[in-house]
Design a protein around this ligand. Structure first.
Ligand SMILES: [Zn+2]
Length: 204
């Protein structure tokens, strides 16, 4: 069987429902993280969590099975029938509100610095923005939240292998690790957050 035959059989429109994102809430309904539908189904089946529907009602596994799979729902095929894939899960015994861990990436640096050159305050197009080492890498400057800022090409060039002080340039604000809440972080990272997530993320 070649690849085309396999695709024809499974159908290109068929999505991998077990990989869909599910918002996990702690005992107090505060967002904790995003998990896969596969993990969510295990938690629901095992009794560690209840599924939350769009009305905010919670359902245990056997109760959830009785809900219909509607047009906008994702369905998980299980022997002869379909189960609605939950989009929000309430962890019954999980107390903690983990602090968001914000990964050091180019995108997150852009978000922290609001797509603004930290030297001249201009906001050129993203293509014309660089990530600048405040203490140049060639002089031991680290790849860290505290040593990286967003800078336009012009300022980057002007600064060269100097510190801002040596180049006579001033930073708009000292760079630091962002203090985003878990809810903010989930909103930033999730590519297609569901409407069902809104009440929990906005409240956070
Ligand atoms: Zn600039």
């Amino acid at each position: 069987m070649d690849a085309t035959a396999i695709e024809a059989e499974s159908g290109p429109a068929k999505r991998d429902v077990l990989s869909l994102p599910v918002l996990l809430l702690n005992r107090h309904f505060a967002p904790v993280t995003v998990a896969t539908a596969k993990r969510a189904m295990c938690l629901l089946y095992g009794g560690a969590a209840h599924a939350v529907d769009q009305e905010g009602d919670t359902h245990d596994f056997s109760d959830w099975l009785t809900l219909p799979v509607r047009a906008d729902d994702d369905g998980l095929p299980i022997i002869g029938r379909e189960i609605r894939v939950p989009r929000v899960l309430h962890l019954l015994r999980y107390e903690r509100t983990p602090r968001a861990i914000v990964r050091l990436t180019r995108k997150n640096l852009m978000l922290r610095d609001q797509f603004q050159c930290q030297y001249c305050a201009k906001r050129p197009s993203q293509r014309d923005l660089n990530v600048d080492h405040v203490m140049p890498r060639s002089r031991g400057g680290a790849d860290s939240w505290e040593n990286l800022v967003v800078s336009c090409r012009f300022c980057n060039l002007k600064k060269g292998r100097r510190t801002p002080q040596e180049a006579g340039m001033t930073l708009l604000r000292p760079p630091h690790r962002p203090r985003w809440s878990t809810a903010t972080q989930i909103l930033l990272v999730a590519r297609t957050p569901y409407e069902e997530w809104d009440p929990f993320l906005k409240a956070g």
